[in-house]
Design a protein around this ligand. Sequence first.
Ligand code: SF4
Length: 361
Amino acid sequence: MVPRTTVICSGPPPSAYKSTPNLHYMRGEPPIPPDWTHYISTSFNRLFLNPASGCEGKCRYCYIYDFGHGTHSKLFETPLTDLVSWIENAVEIIKGRNGFLFSIGSSCDPFEEAVVHKTIDLIEAIAPFENPIQVSTKFALGEPLVDRLCSALRYKNQLVLFGTVTTFDHWKRFEPGTRPPDERLDTLQRFGTREVPTCIAIKPYLPSVAGNELQRFLKEIKIRNIGSVLVGSLYANQKLLKRLRSDPFSANSFSEADCHIGTRPPPSKTHDIQAKMGDVNLGNAALEAISFFSEQGVPAFHSAPCVSAYFSQTLCATGVWRYLPHLCVKCNVSCEKRFHDQHFGGGLIFPRKVEGLLAHE
Ligand code: SF4
């Protein structure tokens, strides 16, 4: 095991923040139309947008299949003009560069062949809001569609592309319906050459699998000039853990003794997923991997919103340092200091984002 050197913030947010009454705004969350709940959800300064429900990837560790999402994607059929109007009119959704994080791909794969055109239409529709956008995929995209997608973006760093790779050696076993990792990394490279920030997402991090491949990950990151790495948690319930424990490659990482299901729910609220799943506590394994990459000069994170914050050098939209401090790797964005300066110093650099964060007090 590599030594752990990453410093993780701990403890609750300073009570002084909570005792400043005039800066509390109760925005709440916008009501989602009932027939959109498979596709759209909001949580904590984040809007999850899915161009489809379901995924043909059939990843063994994926939770979406237990919640009504199939192995074939079903497109979001509502006209995108209706979605745009809904966003425009939802006062709860903070617009603009310092507003909500728009995340695409929590209950589908946006680059799956049957979905990708809808995804690009969606990005073309929402990019004018200028909110930061994240897309995560285990599929691949060729040059013409990469060009089309990039031309929809409104400013440098508006989009961060996450290419998820959990294993090079055993992907067929764990992710039978996806594209090979090399193709996913080719796609990251294509975006990278167009100056779109990229992240290789080892999510979920399976210690007995990816933990044995860290040098390979590092090599690919360096060769392909990938901008960052995410070492993410596994979301699971007992049924899913049982499935992973029955696989010889992952069984050792998910014994009763070594991990337990925590209280932090996955971000997507679609189909009541939040109430039924939790993040699996992997002990120090993920933190050790983060330290490994950090020591090799690769920006490494535990939470996806931090990756966007890092590339745009702006306050983390979901307040990771504040509300999930065990996931904050104390990167150079220095959110705690920025928030403090903003809140108490009157700097007004991120007024709307701070307002959104305070709404969650
Ligand atoms: S972006 Fe902010 S919350 Fe995230 S790791 Fe960096 S300092 Fe911590």
